[in-house]
Design a protein around this ligand. Structure first.
Ligand code: FPP
Ligand code: MG
Length: 367
């Protein structure tokens, strides 16, 4: 893999245009407050717009798939260079829809709109005051408007999705919304009840429940957005599957790292308060894995860290185990599965390599 393929540099021009384009998508309402609230995170005066990992994955993957296909079509050399505006999206091949670049760019926007809608709702549910280093949308516009702005974003995303005129992509992207809701409900309901006396089984069940929840909350959006990028380009089932696996495992790694950062990070670094999970009563991978070595964590998890000193005690106990290190190791394994998925299916190209680096950066990130 080429060492210099930097996903952020390669995607930066395209991603800068993304927020503007989404703001244009949202102008359908004649209600100025609804419009302002929905556009809140797409306003450069408010935030830097976040990491934009999801659209970055869609755009880089779209280009990597195109480069791989053109490699096959042109006797093993990359020749998809008719790309005058230096955009991440290449000209379609003869068997692809002529508007493929525009459709994939739309898809990148749709994935960011769905993600942002879920954050509007999530910050209301979690009562979180800050997001991306700025006040959360409900702190500025109130809970009711935050919920409605999230709904409005979803509605506009649905219209954009329908306009792609690809039924399987509509189905795939709609599944994400179902999964986000399912993941959030799983998190609200908490872990599986301790239904037997076997500690090993119990901790294993808790971990499986947590990982399934992570897939619904984070993995599905990345997996199905990447899959949709491949579907739009009419790529082979093996490529569609590779795209899905790449997105899924980057997503799983991303969430594991998020849960590590909740322990290690600080408000100034993350743009949101640290230890939020423990304070919300949630046991994430560092605690779940620590509990395998340190059963004293079990009663704390059962009472959702609600008694005085529980949060501090949990932090101490986790630090005395290999919980954090094992969580990071798990994230690395997922990132490697993601890399393998595309390295096995796609021919070498700068954008394929940028995706490999992106999977690495997800694991190494500090915010
Ligand atoms: C962030 O999790 C939240 C999500 C990834 C998904 C939230 C989903 C919903 C609220 C369901 C409704 C969905 C839609 C599409 C409107 P977190 O609280 O663990 O992370 P955080 O620390 O960044 O808040
Ligand atoms: Mg939250």
């Amino acid at each position: 893999v080429g060492a210099t393929a930097d996903p952020f540099a390669l995607a930066s021009t395209e991603l800068k245009l993304l927020a503007d384009s989404i703001r244009q998508d949202l102008i359908g309402t004649d209600h100025p407050v609804l419009n302002q609230a929905a556009s809140y995170f797409f306003d450069s005066a408010v935030t830097d717009g976040g990491k934009k990992v999801r659209p970055m994955m869609v755009l880089l993957l779209s280009r990597a798939l195109a480069e791989s296909a053109s490699y096959e079509n042109n006797s093993n050399s990359i020749s998809n260079s008719r790309n005058p505006d230096n955009s991440l999206l290449s000209d379609p091949l003869h068997w692809q829809r002529p508007d493929l670049p525009a459709a994939q760019r739309r898809l990148a926007e749709i994935s960011e709109m769905i993600h942002t809608a879920s954050l509007f709702h999530d910050d209301v549910i979690d009562g979180s005051d800050t997001r991306r280093g700025a006040p959360a949308v409900h702190m500025v516009f109130g809970n009711k408007m935050a919920i409605l702005a999230g709904d409005y974003l979803l509605a506009r995303a649905s219209i954009c999705l329908a306009r792609l005129r690809h039924v399987e992509v509509v189905e795939t992207m709609s599944t994400i919304i179902e999964h986000l809701v399912r993941g959030e409900v799983m998190q609200l309901r908490g872990t599986v009840a301790a239904n037997n006396n076997n500690n090993n089984n119990n901790s294993n069940e808790r971990l499986l429940y947590y990982l399934r929840k992570n897939f619904y909350k984070t993995g599905s959006l990345m997996a199905n957005s990447c899959k949709s990028a491949a579907l739009l380009g009419d790529y082979s089932p093996a490529h569609v599957q590779a795209a899905y696996r790449f997105g899924k495992h980057v997503g799983m790694a991303f969430q594991l790292v998020d849960d590590v950062l909740d322990f290690e990070g600080s408000l100034s670094q993350l743009g949101k308060p640290a230890l939020a999970d423990l304070r919300a009563g949630l046991a994430t991978a560092p605690v779940l894995l620590a509990a395998e070595e340190c059963p004293a964590l079990e009663p704390l998890m059962d009472r959702k860290f609600k008694e005085d000193g529980d949060v501090d005690r949990a932090v101490e106990l986790v630090a005395a185990t290999s919980g954090m290190e094992r969580t990071k190791e798990m994230a690395r394994v997922h990132a490697e599965i993601a890399m393998d998925a595309i390295l096995e299916q796609l021919h070498p190209s700068e954008h394929r390599d940028a995706l490999v680096h992106l999977a690495n950066k997800v694991v190494a990130r500090t915010k």
